[in-house]
Each structure stands twice: as structure tokens, then as C-alpha cells.
Design a protein around this ligand. Structure first.
Ligand code: FMN
Length: 207
């Protein structure tokens, strides 16, 4: 018997749980605040999220289906990314409730807002790091055949960065101290970043 389980996703994975996002994991969490054109605040986590460029700094997340966050950003062109940390994990999770658009998930999760400086969308006050973002692109994703999906990639340029000074050690951002949480697979798995899993490796010179 082959020592590899092989499957073609279009035909099913043949396993008790889809391994896809357990394999591509743990993933950083895009905890996104936004508001509608009418000013209704919104907060939701997106783990199909990452950073894509240094200059200008670009981040993006995928909305699987047309969710409130996507619609808000289409309306206002702005959003804020907030770092999800272990002390904020339960609040982050509470903010993913499929609440109707008129519900403010800051209230639902018991979170206070803090004003941003450049965009009109507030930050999660208790989050130690936030990126103020202006939407740069919204791309409807398609498969290899060109068939469109029901997923939209929302890209934003980071135009303002807030960092809790406690996370700056001699001016260097201390990732391990941030207690950042990451989404793994299954219905409930997460990891927390900690100093004991840190290792260092420099890029090789060539030749
Ligand atoms: C950790 C975590 C990660 C999530 N990642 C995504 C994601 O990448 N894309 C997505 O569409 N929904 C994701 N969800 C579900 C959304 O947060 C959920 O549908 C939410 O209600 C959307 O809120 P909104 O309609 O206010 O934008 C995730 C939920 C959790 C708890």
C-alpha cells in the first residue's frame, strides 16, 4: 500500500475531516473591523488571511461568501486589522457569530473601540497591534477552469500601524511576547505563539 494518501479535491478527500486547512496551518488571523456606509460597526475573524508585500505593505483576507465585512469595505474602502492574542481569543471567537448586519460585534464580544488616526474605522482597544488599511483591490476568486467562486479576496494597503510599546524590546518587535494566536484545523484547534518554539535560521549566501 502506498505510504501517501492521495486525493483530488474535486472528487472528495476520503477522510473523516477535510485536511486542507489543517495542513495549511496554523494561519494568522485577520481580525477585521469595518463599518457600513451608515456607520454600523462590525468585527469578524478571517483566517484565510496573510501579508503579501512590504512596500507598500499589503494584507489580504478571503470572504467566503458575501459577508458583512466585505460589503462594508466595498462601501467605505477602509478597514482595520487587529492582532488576535490569547487573552482576546474568546472575544475573537465571539465576534464570528453570524449576526445580522445591524449587530455590532464589538458589543457582542464585550470589546471597547479605540479611534484610528487615518481611517474612520476604529480599532479593538485591547488588541496590542492594529493596522489601519485602505482597500486596494477586491478580487473575485476563480478556479483553474476560470469558473468563478463565491469567494472574494479583499486586499488592503496598511497606512497606519499601532504597536503597544510593551511589545517593543529595544525597538524590536517581540513576536513571542505578543501571545499571538493562530488558527489550525478542525472545528476548534488553535496555537499560541511562544518563545519555546522559536528557532533562528539565516538565509544562505550564494555562492
Ligand atoms: C478563527 C476564524 C477564522 C475564520 N476565517 C474565515 C475566513 O477566512 N473566511 C470567511 O469567510 N469566514 C471565516 N470565518 C467565519 C467568519 O468570521 C464569520 O462568517 C463571520 O460571521 C463573518 O462576519 P461578518 O459577516 O460580520 O463579516 C472565520 C471564523 C473564525 C472563528
Amino acid at each position: 500500500m502506498d505510504d501517501r494518501h492521495f486525493y483530488q479535491p474535486a472528487q472528495g478527500h476520503g477522510l473523516p475531516h477535510d485536511p486542507f486547512n489543517a495542513i495549511v496551518g496554523p494561519r494568522p488571523i485577520g481580525w477585521i473591523s469595518s463599518h457600513s456606509a451608515a456607520g454600523v460597526l462590525n468585527l469578524a475573524p478571517y483566517s484565510f488571511f496573510n501579508a503579501f508585500n512590504y512596500t507598500p505593505p499589503l494584507i489580504g483576507f478571503a470572504s467566503i461568501g458575501r459577508k458583512d465585512t466585505l460589503r462594508n469595505i466595498e462601501e467605505t474602502g477602509e478597514f482595520v486589522w487587529n492582532l488576535a492574542t490569547r487573552p482576546l481569543a474568546e472575544a475573537m471567537n465571539a465576534s464570528c457569530a453570524p449576526a445580522p448586519p445591524e449587530v455590532n460585534e464589538f458589543d457582542l464580544a464585550g470589546l471597547a473601540t479605540a479611534p484610528s488616526r487615518i481611517v474612520g474605522v476604529p480599532r479593538v482597544a485591547a488588541s496590542p497591534v492594529s493596522f489601519e488599511c485602505k482597500c486596494s483591490q477586491i478580487i473575485r476568486l476563480q478556479g483553474a477552469s476560470g469558473d468563478v467562486t463565491d469567494t472574494w479576496l479583499v486586499m488592503g494597503e496598511v497606512v497606519g500601524v499601532h504597536i503597544a510599546r510593551a511589545l517593543l524590546r529595544d525597538g524590536v518587535y517581540d513576536t513571542a511576547a505578543s501571545q499571538t494566536i493562530l488558527r489550525a484545523g478542525g472545528p476548534a484547534d488553535y496555537f499560541e505563539i511562544s518563545a519555546d518554539t522559536l528557532f533562528r535560521m539565516r538565509r544562505p549566501d550564494y555562492p
